[in-house]
Design a binder for this molecule. Sequence first.
Ligand code: ZN
Length: 325
Amino acid sequence: MAFEKLESTQQNVVKLLRNSYKKDRLSHAYLFEGERGTYKFQTALYFAQLLLCTNDDKPCGECHNCKRINNQTHPNLFIIESENGQIKKQQIIELQTEFSKTSVEKGSKIFIIKDVDKLRVESANSLLKFIEEPFPNTFGILTTTNINSILPTIISRSQIVTFHSLNKNLIKEELSSLGYESTQANVVSQITNNIDDAINILNSEAFLPIFDIVTEVYNILAAKDESVLLYFNKNSSIIYQENNASLFLSLMIMYQKDMISMIINNESSIVFTDEIKTMKNIVLYKDLKKIMGELEYLLDLLSKSHFNINRSLAFDNMLLELESR
Ligand SMILES: [Zn+2]
């Protein structure tokens, strides 16, 4: 991942690490805590690069060390991940053995323990010893999404670094830079503020078909040249699978709110940015009161959609409501 992106999305964390490095005040153990998708692991690699980069402008991302850290092949970098939901004592012992060898290259040694909350109690003591009496020039980064389940003894011996979730604009930018279409990136950034979840939603089998159904429903409503009910019944089978009904309704609600934004001249908050032309055609014959009424109808349906209702009938009625004048 590009440094500039990390520096802009987790600015405070990057600044903290850089300053501590510059002032030679690094801790021997850091606990990176925060939700999934906040770049904790990427920041841990960044930290390793900061320590081992051979260029003046650290980390450069280009030198042999930076590249090997990025590929996770540098011998001074040791990464521990949970196996079957646990981090075992044996893994901590291997770490100690590895770092006591002289075969590693000169310079700092860094270990990263992902999801340190998965550490078993009996392994925790070995780790604690390792943190307390570190080999010279050894640094540990522990990551977790769940700081509440970490042993207090580990917390008290680490410097806690909190990672905040990314805001909607950053999610949107990140998705666009990964090549996702901008309206879709926009829509998903309204659903989650977690980049991993956002990517999962975009890559899910249901997202694109449902996105297409929603935009097509409104395009038919705008053009008034065919029956929206007929179209829907021909294409909607995916909506009745799993939890797709709530995704479908959430997108419908977003679209409906966009039309309200349009009427009240708040176009900058429109999410379905590619649909502005269609929305303009709809608001030509529907006023604010009508669109608000439809929005309430959709919100009511969403709140009921988890219950055992006759969905097919409910959706037919919803479409009739949208089609009515
Ligand atoms: Zn470098």
